[in-house]
Design a protein around this ligand. Structure first.
Ligand SMILES: [Zn+2]
Length: 286
């Protein structure tokens, strides 16, 4: 399932939040002296040209959804790592043009930052935004820690499956397949549960599960140093762990193909002991 096999894991909110913190700590106050577009189509904005950032001082790096937003005063640089995008701190800076290169940032008296995409897909991208232009950020829903998201989960009548809703960046920004699987196990909800049909208790459990799963992952990610490596390590309690014991009850975790990907769940904890069926199962799951 891993395209290219050279990277493992997709960065979600915790990985990106902690990465933004590390980058801000190491690079805030640094003046940008060079910006090298490396990927053919990775630069997604047309105007202003990236060169306008040269000479600007980096003020902060923030995470918005799964994007990193580098504040250079009036201009902002936005980076989206997508699935296989990673960040290397180059000390000393290099001049190479690595395969999958996205962009390299050079700073005065600091290491360089290389954004590079592993695997075969070319989805990672970057934007240079003028004040008032939100670029790709305009399409994002609220953060999982926001009141707006809490109101949606506690009172919303969205009829979609919760797993779908949690991964929809326009509904809530920052969660992907990994932490959606883990949050549903913690909330003891079926991946096929729909929000509108949840009881008040289940809704509260879901909100608490989403936030506590992300909190714990963020605490772990804050132990990481440097950039973000190709292999992110074992971060999940349920996701991608089908066939291993459920960390809650010890029964075997199972997987089911759903909306062109696989969801991992525990029948005993999440679906009343029922093995979820799906027409494509025989083709995708052994
Ligand atoms: Zn279980």
């Amino acid at each position: 399932m891993t395209p290219g096999g050279r990277f493992r894991g997709v960065p979600e909110l915790p990985e990106l939040e902690a990465l933004g913190e590390r980058l801000e700590e190491s690079f805030a106050g640094a003046s940008l002296v060079g910006i090298e577009p490396l990927g053919f189509s990775a630069l997604r904005s047309v105007d202003p040209p990236p060169g306008r950032l040269i000479g600007c001082t980096l003020r902060s790096v923030a995470r918005v959804g799964k994007y990193l937003v580098w504040d250079y005063g009036s201009l902002r640089l936005v980076v989206h790592l997508s699935q296989g995008g990673r960040i290397t701190i180059e000390d000393p800076p290099k001049r190479t043009r690595p395969k999958g290169g996205v962009v390299r940032l050079r700073f005065e008296d600091r290491p360089a930052i290389l954004v590079r995409e592993y695997g075969t897909e070319r989805k990672a991208g970057w934007w240079v935004l003028t004040p008032g232009d939100e670029g790709p950020l305009a399409r994002l829903g609220p953060d999982p820690y926001s009141e707006e998201f809490a109101a949606l989960i506690l009172h919303g009548d969205d009829t979609r499956r919760v797993h779908t809703l949690l991964r929809d960046q326009r509904t809530v920004a920052g969660i992907g397949r990994g932490y959606a699987d883990d949050a549903l196990l913690r909330a003891r909800l079926s991946p096929f549960a729909t929000l509108a049909k949840l009881s008040p208790t289940e809704r509260r459990r879901l909100l608490d599960a989403v936030r506590s799963v992300l909190d714990e992952a963020l605490a772990t990610e804050r132990e990481r140093k440097g950039g973000l490596p190709p292999k992110l390590g074992d971060r999940f309690s349920a996701h991608n762990r089908a066939g291993t014991p459920c960390p809650v009850c010890g029964d075997g975790l199972r997987r089911i193909s759903y909306e062109s990907h696989e969801v991992t769940y525990c029948p005993r904890c999440q679906s009343g002991g029922k093995i979820l069926a799906d027409r494509r199962m025989s083709r995708f799951v052994k």
